[in-house]
Design a protein. Structure first.
Length: 164
């Protein structure tokens, strides 16, 4: 089975990140890198996952620095997905994001961070992978605790259907 950066992110989040800080000292990176490599993850995918997480942390710190400039979105506006976003996300993924936003689980600003992180992966995503990415992004955002808890329940409860 070919491992990709999403698999590394899912493993890291499920087994390491959720119990610790999102930013690690260099020595901790080396330890985690070795651990992931021992588990069979390809080195280039591990490095890409670390870079992806560092970029996510940077987005969060930029958001704190620019806290006076909140993204204002007209509630009547419609998000048009780019060709790249439609290529990377299956139609059910786009429907899922729309569902989350319409039900106020995620804000338009969170949606845009999620889409930024999705396009940064540059791999086609299925719904289950997208749910993990949404959960990781929400976990990194301090004002999204309720949305994160909702997503965590969805990801770990196989019987839960978001279309209820």
């Amino acid at each position: 089975m070919k491992q990709n950066v999403v698999d590394v992110l899912m493993y890291l989040f499920e087994n390491i990140i959720a119990g610790e800080s999102m930013v690690y000292p260099d020595s901790e990176h080396e330890h985690m890198f070795d651990r992931l490599e021992d588990l069979g993850f390809p080195p280039n995918e591990i490095i890409s996952a670390f870079d992806w997480l560092e970029d996510l942390a940077e987005i969060h710190s930029e958001k704190l620095d620019d806290s006076s400039e909140e993204l204002v979105v007209n509630t009547q506006s419609v998000r048009v997905y780019s060709a790249l976003e439609k290529f990377i996300l299956e139609p059910e993924c786009i429907s899922f994001l729309m569902h989350l936003e319409q039900n106020q689980v995620i804000s338009p600003a969170s949606r845009e961070i999620i889409l930024d992180r999705v396009t940064a992966l540059d791999v086609e995503l299925g719904l289950e992978q997208l749910k993990w990415i949404v959960m990781i992004v929400l976990y990194s955002q301090p004002s999204e605790e309720t949305a994160y808890a909702w997503m965590e329940n969805m990801v770990f409860d196989d019987n839960l259907s978001y279309m209820q």
